[in-house]
Design a protein around this ligand. Structure first.
Ligand SMILES: Cc1cc2nc3c(=O)[nH]c(=O)nc-3n(C[C@H](O)[C@H](O)[C@H](O)COP(=O)(O)O)c2cc1C
Length: 152
């Protein structure tokens, strides 16, 4: 399976999570490419069997907590995803509330079939724990992709 990891990052943590996800997908025997939204060319997008799309969370902690505006705009510019399976993830500091549901809705509006979602909290007392849940997330996502293959 060819997996494309797309992300929007402002200060670098979402990028780190995206790279860790790409590495974990490769470790499990699949092809994986990782790029920020603005680096994604049409060929790479067209070649992907499935997408994993991530954003940071923007808001005022309890008010207007949402997927980053730049990420929403970037999703809007994507070509039609043609019913391909999509997993979404976000990074946050306090709580993402329902931001992932809304991000999933944006991807569904672009023609993706959103089949999995995950959250990664940026701050952890022990730095090495920040990416600790990536392998479990990837295991779940790949299993879900396997039961929801691309319809093309
Ligand atoms: C302007 C701004 C607003 C933010 N608002 C929230 C918020 O409402 N809730 C939250 O949990 N985290 C919030 N965060 C934290 C980021 O979502 C979090 O640090 C994220 O991991 C940053 O990802 P990045 O390093 O890829 O940019 C905010 C960060 C910034 C810069």
């Amino acid at each position: 399976m060819r997996v494309l990891v797309l992300y929007q990052s402002r200060r670098g943590f979402t990028m780190r999570v995206a790279h860790a996800i790409r590495d974990e997908v490769r470790r499990r025997g699949h092809l994986a490419t990782c790029t920020p939204f603005d680096g994604a060319d049409a060929g790479t997008l067209a070649a992907a069997d499935a997408l994993i799309v991530g954003t940071w969370i923007e808001g005022m902690i309890v008010f207007r907590v949402r997927p980053a505006d730049d990420a929403v705009r970037a999703v809007h510019r994507l070509p039609d995803l043609g019913r391909r399976p999509v997993a979404v993830f976000c990074t946050f500091d306090v709580s993402p509330f329902d931001a992932m549901d809304r991000f999933a809705g944006r991807l569904a509006a672009r023609g993706g079939r959103v089949v999995a979602a995950g959250h990664f909290k940026r701050y952890h007392r022990r730095k090495e724990r920040r990416l600790a849940s990536v392998p479990a997330f990837v295991e779940h996502v790949l299993a879900t992709f396997a039961t929801a293959p691309a319809e093309r």
